[in-house]
Design a protein around this ligand. Sequence first.
Ligand code: HEC
Ligand code: HEC
Ligand code: HEC
Length: 122
Amino acid sequence: MQRRPSLLLGLCLTLASAALSAAPQIDIGKGGQCVEETSWMRKNHMNVLKHQRDEVVYKGVRDAKHSLKTCIECHASVKDDSVSARADSFCVACHAYQAVKIDCFECHANKRKSAWVSGGGQ
Ligand code: HEC
Ligand code: HEC
Ligand code: HEC
């Protein structure tokens, strides 16, 4: 009867580590401080971006803080300056995991501006 709790504990630990390793690995990019609180951004970044796009495209109001370019300046990887080049790149890692598909980078540059000089941007 002494063995049962430790067997159960062992099973729980195995399940917990399996769940952790299934979570997406994200390359956050350059670091610093996000434009809004991280946990809020996790849930609301799509609304921030859609709102920002509507402000610019329909009203001509620009707000550099929530510009897509600003996100990319920070979130592009320090390895390849991109937010979408690899499976763990910032803007695609979670989306692949959650089966969300975004087409933003068919039009918008996926690289930080400083990388355009070396020929990577559009
Ligand atoms: C068919 C091309 C196209 C696609 C696809 C596209 N956009 Fe845009 N987007 C534009 C154009 C053109 C503008 C206006 C450019 C400008 O005036 O800066 C714009 C402007 C924006 C802006 C405001 C300007 C800025 O830099 O912040 C945001 C935010 C934005 N788009 C986000 C997105 C997101 C997020 C996606 C993917 C869900 C996306 N766009 C997909 C063409 C596109
Ligand atoms: C000055 C740099 C900087 C800018 C600009 C920035 N971020 Fe962030 N962002 C960060 C950092 C650093 C984190 C991670 C913070 C942490 O792990 O606590 C983060 C976290 C996030 C997260 C949550 C990631 C996770 O692991 O859950 C999302 C989503 C996000 N940012 C989207 C955006 C979007 C969209 C923009 C543009 C509107 C943007 N960020 C602009 C630095 C930035
Ligand atoms: C921490 C994980 C995470 C990161 C990092 C992240 N996203 Fe998302 N994104 C999600 C999730 C989850 C959804 C779907 C939410 C839902 O279904 O309501 C989503 C949805 C979106 C949508 C709406 C898609 C649609 O079909 O309506 C856009 C646009 C978007 N993300 C853009 C971005 C951009 C651009 C970046 C990089 C700057 C980024 N995301 C980084 C998790 C993330």
